[in-house]
Design a protein around this ligand. Structure first.
Ligand code: SF4
Ligand code: SF4
Length: 367
């Protein structure tokens, strides 16, 4: 039996929710709406449901929970919303209230338990340094591979380490554990999240690094935007694309048509648009063309916000649509192992011939 919940986190978004004019502009951009095709699956639908939960007009039944967890937190609706509603805050606060009331989705519960037990969402018993085959030490630059790159797409982590070696960088792998992004997105409480943040910051600080370089857009956003709200971050934070954009690199020629997918956590959430494009412009011979939806208007890959783990078919459908938009190119480059994996799955489903890779996988053999 579904209950009415005590939506104390949603109270903070009450004004925002009341500001929604139901204009429906958000419909034109929501990747999930394209996938599910009905109104609750778009920002205004999620706002109505969240407001209903807050006012105890509706109980947290299965359809409400499902709809609130089908948002990828891509933030595209916020860009389009004339009322400037912070939709992602509404969705994430609703999720926190649902979790507090005991409504966590079973697949998400597994992820949380895995992070608590193993320090990663994949249930891997090896530490990240063990998975990467390098010993952590003291160095100027620390490489934060992130769980997806370390355990589910090690080619990206190995390409990054190879680039750091080729550039003669004084680098080290880090005694890292899950950055907490997945916990934050699915509504785990702040206390648990802050524990994860402290564990990471303390372990990294012990290695004495001056800057930390990230592969994953989600980990980067956590350290750049969310960690400083809760803990001191005593080192510089850079995405690998920002790090590479600052370097003089003599790269070999690559005569290919290349396009770029902006990860939502790197682009709309963190404002990093130019650095990856700058790195691509350093490769001689590359014919670069933007996708129809790019930079701030970029379409989500469908993997974020816990959608990939809880609704894999929806996630694949969205990814397939995104890959279709790159059909004019030989190579679709992005800057996040999670996006790479999801776009590849989507591309396989639609039979796309476009090669999909991370920026470091493109750069490493050319350096
Ligand atoms: S665009 Fe903004 S104001 Fe309009 S329906 Fe969507 S959330 Fe509401
Ligand atoms: S954040 Fe993205 S997925 Fe969620 S409602 Fe807005 S546009 Fe749709």
């Amino acid at each position: 039996m579904a209950d009415y919940i005590d939506a104390k986190n949603l109270k903070l978004s009450k004004k925002d929710m009341m500001t929604c004019t139901m204009c429906g502009f958000c419909k034109s951009v929501c990747p999930v709406f394209e996938g599910v095709g009905w109104d609750p699956g778009v920002a205004r639908g999620r706002i109505i449901l969240s407001y209903g939960l807050l006012m105890k007009d509706i109980p947290a039944d299965e359809s409400v929970v499902e709809t609130l967890y089908q948002c990828t937190t891509c933030k595209d609706c916020e860009r389009r919303c004339p009322s400037k509603i912070k939709v992602v805050d509404v969705v994430e606060r609703a999720r926190k209230d649902l979790v507090e009331a005991g409504y966590m989705l079973p697949r998400h519960r597994k992820v949380v338990e895995s992070v608590q037990r193993y320090g990663n969402p994949y249930g891997e018993e090896r530490s990240v340094p063990e998975a990467l085959g390098e010993e952590p030490r003291r160095a100027r630059v620390g490489y934060f591979a992130g769980c997806t790159s370390a355990y589910r797409n090690p080619k990206i982590a190995q390409a990054t380490l190879s680039i750091l070696r080729k550039l003669g960088e004084d680098y080290t792998v880090l005694n890292e554990s899950c950055c907490g992004s997945v916990l934050g997105r699915i509504g785990e409480d702040d206390e648990e999240l802050v524990k994860v943040m402290r564990r990471n910051v303390d372990a990294i600080a012990e290695q004495g690094v001056e800057e930390v370089v990230f592969s994953c857009a989600g980990c980067y956003r956590m350290f750049k935007e969310e960690y400083p709200r809760h803990v001191d971050v005593p080192f510089k934070v850079k995405h690998i694309s920002e790090y590479l954009a600052e370097k003089d690199m003599d790269l070999a020629k690559l005569e290919k048509k290349v396009t770029y997918h902006d990860p939502c956590h790197l682009g709309r959430h963190s404002g990093v648009y130019e650095a990856p494009r700058n790195v691509l412009s350093k490769i001689p011979g590359v014919e670069f063309k933007e996708m129809p939806k790019s930079s701030a208007e970029s379409r989500c890959c469908g993997g974020g916000g816990g959608v990939r783990s809880a609704f894999p078919e929806l996630s694949e459908k969205i990814a397939g649509r995104r890959v279709d938009q790159a059909e004019f190119a030989d190579i679709l480059v992005t800057c996040c192992p999670f996006c790479v994996n999801n776009l590849r799955i989507g591309g396989e489903k639609t039979g796309s011939k476009v090669e999909i890779c991370d920026l470091v996988e493109l750069v490493e053999p050319l350096l």
